[in-house]
Design a protein around this ligand. Structure first.
Ligand code: SAM
Length: 411
């Protein structure tokens, strides 16, 4: 980890508080926590976790950059497709899950005003008080009155319209497993014993899901389902294979589907269909941590200061959504979604609009717009690693974004 920049003393002090909080839970749990519980505490523990405390996470000064931060063209195209859905269903709201800095919302509100989109409210589900404040400030700068903006900390009981989320599923706490002689064992967290410092340190602890720890039954069911469905495809994971899955996806989609009375969910996340994600050669899984734009694979380093993510099994997403009564109406790569939704035309329009008034766009600004476009579409990068999935009930809505490359058969 020598390549990582060292945190400031106050950030390190905060991380020690997070570690102590996790250590307390570990002691209460008799020395072993599932990785999902650890991730929940490290990312979301109120007042302490990475997303719940005040650190700057997004953008150049943060730890990672998401698509809405990379280029305004992302919101321009995605909001254009949301406009198509809202027109198809008549009138509805938009509910954005985890809106980050509000970059997507700012761009989308602009599109809705320009297009006269039939939308009443732009709702944002945000549990972090600190991020809400950032979103409010960002949206105040947009200045438009409509649609009405509302924040909530839980799903509305009933909702009609579009539920949109960028990089939400890959931020949900995940279970980790390792294979031992054909069995899936739980890869959880324990306190490191040889620690020379006074602050708690954590390490991986493997144990069979034998029913003696909370969540063992769910883990066994999930593991059996994964193993069986891989076997149907002729895949047997080798010994010592490590992988992850997002915990509690069935419940998550059940609550989304209960709320969604009409309309669709549109989700964009890093991930793959199951047979590609659990390819026997991907032996170390997809768990990644981000600190100041450096990716690493040690989630026990500076808890509370790192983002932690794992790629999404989109086949599991489709299963969970279908169990909850939703159908997969579209599945494709980010590159195909944005290209099908007209990102090149959006780029030309942005240049034309900016250059129609004096002094126009500088060469540096034009180069920045072009570089953002390339990053969004990059085949070896997020253009292909990020997938868009649309889930809905009722009649299928044809979106140009999904027409270019329909990948539903790969799920
Ligand atoms: C990687 S950030 C993405 C932020 C933003 N969507 C963007 O693209 O810049 C992940 C976000 O998911 C949010 N999140 C995690 N679990 C969530 C849940 N169950 N419901 C809604 N948002 C959640 C986190 O609080 C965090 O803001």
């Amino acid at each position: 980890m020598n390549h990582l920049p060292k945190p400031q003393p106050e950030a390190l002090a905060h991380s020690i508080c997070v570690s102590e909080r996790i250590a307390e839970r570990l002691i209460l749990a008799r020395g072993w926590l599932s990785f999902a519980e650890y991730m929940q505490l490290a990312l979301y523990e109120p007042g302490f976790g990475y997303y719940s405390a005040g650190a700057s996470k997004f953008g150049g000064a943060g730890d990672f950059v998401t698509a809405p931060e990379i280029s305004p063209l992302f919101a321009e195209v995605v909001a254009g497709q949301i406009d198509v859905v809202l027109r198809a269903i008549g009138l509805g709201d938009l509910l954005e899950l985890g809106p980050g800095t509000g970059a997507f919302a700012a761009g989308a509100i602009d599109v809705f005003n320009r297009c006269g989109t039939p939308i009443e409210r732009y709702r944002m589900l945000e549990v972090s008080a600190d991020l809400r404040e950032r979103q409010t400030e960002r949206l105040e700068r947009v200045g438009q009155e409509r649609p009405l903006r509302e924040w909530c900390d839980r799903l509305p009981e009933t909702f009609s319209g579009v539920i949109f989320g960028n990089e939400i599923l890959d931020a949900l706490p995940c279970e980790r497993f390792v294979t031992r002689d054909g069995q899936y064992w739980r890869l959880g967290v324990g306190l490191a014993v040889e620690s020379s410092s006074s602050e708690p340190r954590f390490e991986w602890r493997v144990r069979p899901a034998d029913g003696s720890a909370p969540g063992d039954d769910e883990f066994r069911q999930e593991a059996a389902h994964l193993q069986q469905s891989l076997r149907l495809q002729g895949i047997e994971l080798p010994n010592d294979y490590c992988g992850e899955w997002q915990a509690g996806l069935d419940g998550w989609f059940e609550s989304m589907a209960t709320s969604l009375k009409a309309g669709v969910m549109l989700l964009a996340d890093y991930g793959l269909p199951r047979v590609q994600l659990y390819h026997p050669e991907r032996t170390r899984g997809s768990l990644r941590c981000y600190y100041r734009h450096h990716a690493h694979d040690d989630p026990f380093l500076w808890p509370g200061l790192n983002d932690i993510t794992a790629w999404v099994d989109f086949t599991r997403v489709a299963e969970a959504a279908e169990r909850a009564g939703l159908r997969v109406q579209g599945f494709t790569t980010q590159m195909a979604f944005l290209a099908g939704g007209g990102i090149e035309q959006a780029m030309s329009r942005a240049l034309e609009t900016a250059n129609s008034v004096s002094p126009g766009m500088t060469t540096a600004e034009q180069a920045q717009l072009a570089s953002g476009l390339r990053r969004l579409l990059m085949p070896g990068g997020m253009g292909e690693s990020v997938k868009f999935v649309m889930l809905g009930r009722g009649d299928e809505i044809d979106l140009p974004s999904f027409a270019l490359r329909d990948l539903r058969h790969t799920l």
